[in-house]
Design a protein around this ligand. Structure first.
Ligand code: XMP
Ligand code: MG
Length: 179
């Protein structure tokens, strides 16, 4: 375990087993639909890479980056698009691939944008869910793990851009925030 971590919540094996289940479910549900998987950068990059390898039907990928104004570990409520999609989503069956749903503001905003652009359908695959953080009524259609209301890092999730490359997910020691 990384020395900055207090504990590991999900091991690499547990994460991959879960991603495998999600990939199989998505393969069944989107058979014949050529879905567009949209990865929300940067947190969902590792999840996206492992997920699409486990989807056995044809799909396309695109990438989007969003940012909420304000402190690094808190969502402020204002979402903006930092990097937009390459191609139009009109008529496409879209799956938003997200690392974690906390307040729900990011997803609510993204869903609205994609539906406004006339996507045929918009569903959400989120690896982690913090239901206690919710400020908007929005749920993942495909959900990996429910997590407690703690800040987690690893497997794409960062603190100040660090720890994204850890293959597992854990909670940082409090002194790491005080540095
Ligand atoms: P909202 O609040 O819009 O937030 O649902 C989604 C985004 O907030 C970030 N987030 C976290 N990032 N550890 C992180 O590294 C966490 O525990 C955490 N909780 C929320 C993340 O970027 C997510 O996409
Ligand atoms: Mg994110």
């Amino acid at each position: 375990m990384h020395p900055d971590l207090e504990k590991v919540l999900f091991s690499e094996e547990e994460i991959l087993a879960c991603v495998d289940r999600m990939g199989r479910q998505l393969s069944a549900d989107y058979d014949g639909k050529n879905p567009l998987f949209i990865c929300v950068l940067k947190g969902a990059v590792l999840f996206m890479a492992d997920l699409v390898k486990r989807v056995t039907i044809p799909l396309e990928m695109d990438f989007m980056a969003t940012s909420s104004y304000g402190a690094a570990s808190k969502s402020s409520g204002v979402v903006r698009i930092l990097k937009d999609l390459e191609r139009p989503v009109e008529g496409r069956h879209v799956v938003i691939v997200e690392d974690i749903i906390d307040t729900g503001l990011t997803l609510a905003y993204l869903k609205e944008v994609l539906l406004h652009r006339r996507a045929a359908s918009v569903k959400v695959a989120a690896l982690f869910d913090k239901p206690e953080g919710r400020k908007m009524e929005i749920e993942a259609d495909y959900r990996g793990f429910v997590v407690p209301n703690e800040f987690i890092v690893g497997y794409g999730l960062d603190y100040a851009e660090r720890y994204r490359n850890l293959p597992y997910v854990g909670v940082l020691k409090p002194e790491v925030y005080e540095r």
